[in-house]
Design a protein around this ligand. Structure first.
Ligand code: 0RA
Length: 657
């Protein structure tokens, strides 16, 4: 990268005293230091969650990202072109790069090689000169010593100044001195570590999780080659994007019909804040704006996003007005109008980001708002002036969005008036529960009237409500808002939930049930209805997904019966186990095709009783991936859908074709 960017460090840097006063009584100080080091590592092992958020799968992956971030820093400093992550069959992982290598010279006060200080001292970030080294961090940036402390073993190999150096650690403590292992003409750092099973609840790295984040990093750090390989399965992905976030936006829009061929792109640095934006409209309705600060995803938005939105709305309106594109002089586009069908990536690089919000993914620096707004306004204005037909095309699309928003508003007004008349009246088909505390209540959305009937009879009516759905609900991905709002099945669901719908009306706090459980047949139609419902929630009530209110029921696929004994099996493996348990002779196996084949008691016992059922919670872990999959499954391009289904067909075992 031509431009060097300061990135934040949450670590305090070890202060170099080179040239300062010599330390008095060296040995004593060394021992004292060593004790503090051990104390520091002990603190990390005692309260790991304080340093890496959690000891679940998330924390486990965090270790890899911590090391990778250090490599990316080298890339930002212009010193590294390549990062590779390798998953080994023994549960360890290697991160290797061709950066400058962690320094190995003696630390002036600690009397140990710098690399050992970096690896064992809490908050000794490692970059000793804050002027020369632009450090990453943000949410991450807890330091390599934390990774080391939480690893059963860690081996570091450094190629630097013609030599290969190596040192090993166990649970953060060096097991050997730093040694020279040979000579080399290369440079770089290799860190292999195995997360400590005493600390982590799980040891399994997810290739997909790592691969997605590494792909994101490759998009955000143009030109850096990032690879991941899983030795056990042989799977390997390589990412290198010379187009950076332009290619990111193209990737996000891959299966969509775009309004203009190339993403609009501009980048500017103002007051030491580097702002980079890529924008491309598609003919859909969804808004997909992804924002980052120092390569960290800011899920909760913040000042940079506000600046971006303001700049976009303002510039589109002023261009349209200047060029008489609106027929009516008083007309103007709202923020929602200009973001329908918008895919954009906003990447900000800055030195002291303040992260706020529940998950610390909201940028708080107030000065960034104005900076981003002015960069976006100027960049877009220039682009529109040079590309008038593209501008016209985009504005026309926004005007259509504004009209349908107006139509939707009228439709909503009507329903609101109507529901005021029917105040408090719930859909006739809903069998509600008797308790009123939403925290205790569940709503089953059931495919078909007959299964709905069984569910109504089998349920615990105190806290379980049943809403049978007939046939297929509308494809919320393709239909415009006013169509969605006037669909009977959807209106029924919205009324039952109690939340309202639409930007202004939706209120998660009004949700009448803590759990919304989708219960469909285990066949293709059932899977389709389930996807349609999830699509609806994803587009119109994403908060319900984010907050974990949506579940999928898991009805059994088989009943294995012998005499009076009966067992239910949820997959083929369990069926075989059940057969073995009851003895092969004289067992009767029933394959359930639909929920309707179970009587109310069976349905309760197998699928609805909280003591015995399994339900799957649907989460929105990765918005990028979720949007892509929904586009593939629900959009109107046939070829990607066919490919996706072909590639994933083997993963879906319990589907009855
Ligand atoms: C401290 C100082 C410098 C680089 C690094 C640490 C460094 C850390 C990691 C971790 C993984 N890969 C890494 N590459 C570099 C500055 C180097 C210098 O002074 O030449």
């Amino acid at each position: 990268m031509a431009e060097k960017v300061k990135r934040q460090s949450t670590r305090t840097r070890a202060k170099s005293r080179a040239g300062g006063k010599p330390a008095k009584g060296g040995a004593e100080i060394y021992d004292a230091k060593k004790i503090t080091v051990l104390k520091g590592l002990e603190a990390v092992r005692k309260r790991p969650a304080m340093y890496i958020g959690s000891t679940s799968s998330r924390g486990l992956h965090h270790l890899v990202y911590e090391v990778v971030d250090n490599s990316i820093d080298e890339a930002l400093a212009g010193a590294c072109t390549y990062v590779k992550v390798t998953l080994h069959p023994d549960g360890s992982v290697t991160v290797t790069d061709d950066g400058r290598g962690i320094p190995v010279d003696m630390h002036p006060t600690q009397k140990r090689p710098a690399v050992e200080v970096v690896m064992t001292t809490l908050h000794a970030g490692g970059k000793f000169d804050s002027k020369t080294y632009k450090v990453s961090g943000g949410l991450h940036g807890v330091g390599l010593s934390v990774v080391n402390a939480l690893s059963e073993f860690l081996e570091v190999t450094i190629k630097r100044d013609g030599k290969v150096y190596g040192q090993s650690y166990k649970r953060g403590v060096p097991v050997s001195e730093l040694k020279v292992d040979g000579e080399t003409t290369e440079q770089g750092t290799t860190i292999r570590f195995k997360p400590d099973p005493e600390i982590f609840e799980t040891a399994a790295f997810s290739f997909d999780n790592l691969s997605q984040r590494l792909r994101e990093l490759a998009f955000l750090n143009r030109g850096v080659e990032i690879c991941i390989e899983d030795e056990a399965s042989g799977k390997k992905h390589e990412f290198k994007y010379d187009g950076g976030i332009i290619e990111f936006v193209e990737f996000l829009n891959e299966n969509k019909n775009t309004l203009h061929r190339k993403p609009i792109y501009f980048a500017k640095t103002r007051d030491d804040v580097k702002v980079e934006v890529a924008i491309q409209y598609n003919d859909g309705y969804a808004e997909n704006v992804f924002t980052f600060v120092n390569s960290i995803s800011t899920h909760e938005g913040g000042t940079h996003l506000i600046g971006f939105k303001t700049g976009l709305t303002r510039t589109l309106n002023s261009h349209a007005q200047r060029n008489n594109i609106f027929k009516n002089g008083k007309f103007s586009l709202s923020g929602d109008d200009v973001r329908e069908g918008l895919t954009a990536v906003l990447s900000v690089m800055m030195s002291q980001p303040q992260f706020e919000g529940q998950t610390k993914t909201k940028l708080g620096n107030s000065e960034v708002r104005g900076i981003v707004e002015s960069v976006v306004s100027e960049g877009l204005k220039d682009f529109f002036e040079e590309n008038r037909s593209v501008a016209k095309h985009i504005i026309d699309k926004c005007v259509v969005a504004a009209r349908s928003r107006e139509a939707a508003r009228k439709a909503r007004e009507l329903t609101r008036r109507k529901s005021a008349l029917e105040a408090g009246r719930l859909p006739g088909k809903l069998a509600d529960c008797s308790m009123v505390d939403p925290k205790l209540c569940e709503l089953y959305l059931v495919e078909g009237d007959s299964a709905g009937g069984s569910a109504k009879q089998g349920r615990d009516r105190q806290y379980q409500a049943i809403l049978p759905l007939r046939g297929k609900i509308l494809n919320a991905y393709k239909a415009p808002l006013d169509k969605v709002l006037s669909n009977e099945e959807i209106k029924m669901i919205v009324t039952a939930l109690g939340t309202g719908i639409g930007e202004e009306d939706f209120k998660a706090s009004k949700l009448r049930y803590d759990k919304i459980i989708i219960m469909t047949d285990a066949d293709v139609d059932g899977a389709h209805i389930r996807t349609l419902l999830l699509t609806f929630f994803y587009r119109y009530m994403p908060d319900l997904l984010k907050d974990g209110h949506i579940y999928i029921a898991q009805p059994p696929l088989y009943r294995v019966k012998k005499g009076k004994q009966e067992l239910y099996a949820y997959n083929e493996e369990a069926r075989e186990e059940a057969i073995a348990k009851l003895g092969k002779k004289g067992v009767a196996i029933q394959r359930y095709k639909g929920l309707g084949e179970m009587n109310p008691e069976q349905l309760w016992k197998t699928t609805m009783d909280p003591e015995r059922r399994t339900i799957l919670r649907v989460t929105l872990e990765d918005a990028v991936e979720a949007d892509r999959i929904f586009t593939i499954l629900m959009g109107d391009k046939v070829e990607p859908r066919r490919r996706f289904i072909e590639e994933n067909a083997t993963k879906v075992k319990n589907l009855d074709a």
